[in-house]
Design a protein. Structure first.
Length: 320
């Protein structure tokens, strides 16, 4: 396992880190699917044990993953795994509760305190603002920031983070938040890390960066031959690319090209998809979903470096 220093946190974490969105299982918010179907708690627990044994020491969760289910599974692991051996991150923001907007101060506080209870810890290593929707003109930002900083001042999180699906939204607020860690959406198909200015900010300010959805919910692996059908409550139902036979065919072709290009690697396809994201991010890691022991094993074989030329070749392959 390879390790990086997560920016100014000065913590050494595995550059292949563990994303636990799937541990929350299938879920809906209103009429929208927001979870992952067919996840078994036993598989999740076995995966966490194997991740720890494999040296994957950075685990990422959120209050809304299964309405706390993911956090609770992690919180029940401390009898088997020393808490201080895991860099533990969670997030707040996507649960609106009874209010008409995200980040209502009292609801934020309630949810962050609930996260500590679910995770069975007095302090998390990192608490993110899960998204950058602070109102039409940012009118809810100051209150949200005040609550987050109070949480940190009270010793309940060591570091603060900022996340969003949009790098442009992150850039809109990053100078105000001054986060220790940023969590943007990035993969070789969807990549505005450089063009948005986010890479420059992170490199200049020694900020940690954790890329989520690095294989686009599994789509980029080329394992599908036709548009898949996902169950109720599975977020992948919302991803239009899964419905495109043309995209699926292109990804199948790319899979073969990666297998040929990186044939000496234990995981040629995954190496080709993941390594380019790490190549230009010295303070960065990827958050890779690992739903069972087999996926942890695969993840533990990743993280090796790649040349700038090979990274450029891969990224060009997925520009379509």
């Amino acid at each position: 396992m390879e390790y990086i220093t997560l920016g100014k946190t000065q913590n050494n974490v595995s550059n292949i880190s563990l994303g636990t969105w799937s541990y929350g299982g299938a879920a809906t918010s209103g009429d929208q699917a927001v979870g992952w179907a067919d996840q078994d708690d036993i598989d999740s627990k076995k995966a966490l044990l194997k991740a720890h044994r494999s040296g994957i020491n950075h685990w990422d969760t959120a209050d809304v993953y299964g309405d706390g289910r993911s956090e609770k599974i992690i919180g029940n692991m401390w009898n088997d795994i020393p808490r201080d051996e895991i860099f533990l991150a969670t997030k707040v923001g996507w649960d609106m509760g009874p209010y008409e907007y995200w980040y209502h101060p009292s609801h934020m506080t309630t949810n962050m305190e609930r996260s500590l209870k679910n995770l069975k810890t007095d302090c998390v290593d990192l608490m993110y603002l899960h998204h950058c929707n602070f109102g039409k003109s940012g009118e809810y930002f100051d209150d949200a920031m005040e609550v987050l900083l109070k949480f940190q001042e009270d010793g309940k999180t060591k570091f603060i983070g900022l996340s969003d699906w949009s790098d442009e939204k992150i850039m809109r607020y990053i100078y105000k938040v001054k986060p220790d860690v940023v969590q943007p959406y990035r993969n070789v198909m969807d990549n505005s890390y450089e063009s948005s200015g986010l890479k420059d900010y992170i490199d200049t300010n020694n900020v940690g960066v954790c890329f989520f959805s690095p294989i686009k919910h599994g789509l980029l692996t080329g394992k599908y031959k036709s548009p898949p059908k996902f169950k109720e409550g599975d977020y992948r139902r919302n991803v239009e690319a899964f419905n495109s036979q043309e995209i699926i065919d292109r990804l199948l072709e790319n899979k073969s090209k990666l297998e040929s290009k990186f044939h000496n690697h234990l995981q040629p396809v995954m190496h080709g998809l993941i390594a380019p994201l790490l190549q230009d991010a010295p303070t960065g890691c990827v958050l890779l979903g690992q739903r069972n022991e087999d996926q942890v094993l695969s993840a533990s074989e990743l993280g090796e470096s790649i040349s700038k030329e090979d990274a450029r070749w891969v990224k060009k392959l997925y520009k379509f």
